[in-house]
Write a protein that binds this ligand. Structure first.
Ligand code: AMP
Length: 401
């Protein structure tokens, strides 16, 4: 990006890996139901890096976390089912070691031959991982000759496996991280215009810094979801009983003013789907205009808003979307989010670059099967937003030479 120093990062393809023990940090924090993996997308995303390393004859040692076991061994957070799923996807055996450091891990690593794959148990079974403990990082590094960072979703955290370990091993970024940076750093840093950002979701406070930075880059900003109500309230518009972050009203005013001064179109919903109470089967109606009656709650953008959001999407050449337009978890209030997803997929078809980040937006795509029709779906919600804010991600800074 233009306002932060470019990091000099080595790439996986710049390293010689043949016969070497390669420690790879991956993001296998997959949704689980009992010991069943509900969605293996995060595992599939790493296959390109792994297949390359297998073909190049590396001895592959995978490290990852699952859930929040808070430094204690808990069977439900074991990565063993992930090793089994990975073996199916790679169509070759994947060894598993019941600890990520110490004699159990060392023995399993010593048994590896060129092209073999080993997954070590959950890093977060040790509290030292999140504490970025120096001795723990050294113990992880002991099992390898090289380090590959391919966990984009963990790059905004300075943990032993993302930062500490790089003090002991020379490292590079894998294909997944390269692809994320290609889209989020290069494309958004130097976008084909018009560049449109669509931001939704509930928490204004979480996304203010991103909105502020985006205004320096985009040509138009569409705000939907519960966030929009704080912006409408900041303009003195009645929002009824809709979600409001009162303490963010001044910040919302400042964003609107900045957009005006920079001549960036900042568009808020012109109508809303409204209900008397938030229940999946609540009868919903459409508000007459921007204002919401005092006893009603906005739960999605309205049909007129959907129409002009679609028009803006169709005109844009680069589109970034983060955050749902309504309470999409309830099907009756998902229309706005689905319409944005559909319009974006059509824009991809006409040559626009379309980028979707954040777990909820990806969940909307999963419902529609439209993920494959986007130019890029970011695997890291937090990391992608921090990158857009112009922050240097600790996991990348640690790797940079
Ligand atoms: P965030 O974590 O800030 O991205 O917010 C995502 C959440 O925003 C989702 O769980 C949505 O249900 C919620 N959301 C979106 N629109 C609304 C709305 N109009 N009222 C309440 N919650 C909403």
């Amino acid at each position: 990006m233009t306002d932060k120093p470019a990091l000099k990062l080595k790439r996986l393809q710049d390293m010689t890996v043949n016969g070497k023990r390669v420690l790879i940090r991956v993001d296998y924090n997959v949704p689980m139901k009992g010991s069943k993996i509900e969605d293996n997308a995060r595992i599939r995303e790493t296959l390109k890096t792994l297949e390359y390393l297998i073909a190049e004859g590396g001895k592959i040692v995978l490290i990852a976390h699952l859930g929040r076991p808070k430094g204690k061994v808990e069977a439900k957070y074991s990565l063993k089912p992930v090793a089994e799923e990975l073996a199916k996807l790679l169509k070759k055996p994947v060894a598993f070691a019941a600890d990520c450091v110490g004699p159990v891990a060392e023995k399993a690593v010593a048994a590896l031959k060129a092209g073999d794959v080993l997954l070590l148990e959950n890093l977060r079974f040790h509290a030292e991982e999140e504490a970025n403990d120096a001795a723990f990082a050294k113990a992880l590094a002991k099992n390898a000759d090289l380090f590959i960072q391919d966990a984009f979703g963990a790059l905004h955290r300075a943990h032993a496996s993302t930062a500490g370990v790089t003090r002991h091993l020379s490292g590079a970024v894998g294909f997944l991280v390269q692809r994320e940076l290609e889209f989020l750093d290069r494309v958004i840093g130097n976008p084909t215009r018009p560049f449109l950002a669509i931001i939704g979701g509930a928490k204004v406070s979480d996304k203010l810094a991103v909105l502020d930075k985006l205004l320096d880059r985009v040509d138009a900003l569409l705000i939907g979801g519960a966030m929009a109500y704080t912006f409408l309230a900041a303009q003195g518009i009645n929002i009824g009983k809709s979600l409001l972050e009162k303490d963010q009203i001044d910040a919302a005013k400042a964003i609107i003013e900045k957009a005006y001064n920079k001549k960036v179109e900042c568009l808020l919903p012109a109508d809303h789907l409204i209900v008397r109470e938030i229940k999946a089967d609540s009868p919903a109606s459409v508000s007459q205009a921007m204002a919401i009656p005092s006893d009603m709650i906005g739960v999605d953008i309205g049909p007129h808003t959907i129409e002009f959001f679609q028009e803006h999407i169709a005109k844009a050449k680069t589109i970034f979307w983060n955050g749902p337009m309504g309470i999409f978890e309830m099907p009756a209030f998902a229309q706005g989010s689905l319409a944005v997803a559909k319009a974006m997929s059509e824009a991809t078809g006409t040559g626009a670059i379309t980028i979707v980040g954040g777990g909820d937006s990806l969940a909307v795509l999963a419902k529609t099967g439209l993920a494959a029709k986007m130019s890029h779906c970011s695997t890291g919600g937090g990391a992608s937003l921090e990158l857009l804010e112009g922050k240097v991600l600790p996991g990348l800074a640690a790797l940079a030479s």
